[in-house]
Design a protein around this ligand. Sequence first.
Ligand SMILES: NC(=O)c1ccc[n+]([C@@H]2O[C@H](COP(=O)([O-])OP(=O)(O)OC[C@H]3O[C@@H](n4cnc5c(N)ncnc54)[C@H](O)[C@@H]3O)[C@@H](O)[C@H]2O)c1
Length: 374
Amino acid sequence: MNGVTGRMGTNQHLVRSILAIRRQGGVTLPDGGKVVPEPLLVGRSEDKLRALAEEHALERWTTDLGGALAEPDCEIYFDAQATAARAAAVEKAIAAGKHVYCEKPSAPDLESALRIARLAREAGVKHGVVQDKLFLPGLRKLRALVDAGFFGRILSVRGEFGYWVFEGPEPAPQRPSWNYRSEDGGGILADMFSHWRYVLDHVIAPVRSVYTLAATHIGERVDERGNPYRCTAEDAAYAVFELEGGVVAQLNSSWCVRVDRDELFELQVDGTDGSAVAGLRDCRVQTGGETPRAVWNPDVPNPLRFRDSWVDFEGDAGYENAFKVQWELFLRHVAHGDPFPWDLFEGARGVQLAELATRSWRERRVVEVPELPA
Ligand SMILES: NC(=O)c1ccc[n+]([C@@H]2O[C@H](COP(=O)([O-])OP(=O)(O)OC[C@H]3O[C@@H](n4cnc5c(N)ncnc54)[C@H](O)[C@@H]3O)[C@@H](O)[C@H]2O)c1
């Protein structure tokens, strides 16, 4: 597990996924056998690795990636490093014959993303990319509504993602400073559009075009060491997508908004027969029959409480941590050959959308999203 001292590596992947899977006794295979992952922690800082290993009573850690890749009992290479460092390390792991699983975006540019996908295919190793939002309760409920035909014909989708990321030094920023430097693989387009691709493609309908206006609203921030730095990457992106079937999707992504929502991400879907608002956990719906008859009249106090005519949609009970659910599927894929469609080619589609959205912004025009070459 490389990059495991980072925010995502420690919290979501080590503690809430791999250690949680170990605590439950592993992942059960169809024949009743168990797969219990044994992590080897890899990183750049001895001190951080030692502290992390001690905290979780783990014995295996190293700063030597080459040495880790030479360990014959390590079958899977996992990467949650800062994005700019990922493709080269994944390439080394594939050359060492490891199966690979990594965070999104799989690479900083489409060419590198396709390159590692093809290398993995040619090497015959199993591969996957984190697409955690698909496993969040709120989006699984939304997907269940789409599958059930709840919306009738889907007309439009509007999403709000974001929160205020402190500039530092106090309150301390909640995100790493490289996120705000394009030379280090930062920027909200690379970060969030790699999510929006699979969310739109797999929950609503395939993305066909994109128009984006992005901005660097905050020009200077303070880094982990307390030093001010110039922000070279965009910290907000406002995008309109056309989806297959003529669905229009608008998504705002921003690290410079104060939240007046129930959740940090909300996606509203409006259809001819009903609407839904899905968050990370919850999903509420309004049917055509429950739709209030709104009439524009600012001269009198509003007689309708619009939010009262929405009801919670519970879906199937029993949702687990999204990262852990996908890890279990990947472990079953490796150990038993169960299907795992969220591979490096799928990851490359996310990188493609981020790249095309960036082009749209730079060239101030709508950009078509072509099929990816295999
Ligand atoms: N799936 C999600 O929802 C989600 C959310 C946030 C971040 N991510 C992805 O996870 C990855 C890690 O993000 P994070 O927020 O944990 O970052 P982080 O800065 O907290 O951690 C980065 C890790 O990479 C290592 N690293 C290696 N080379 C580096 C370099 N040159 N500069 C900085 N760090 C380097 C660090 O030591 C650290 O362990 C990113 O690719 C990001 O896109 C995914």
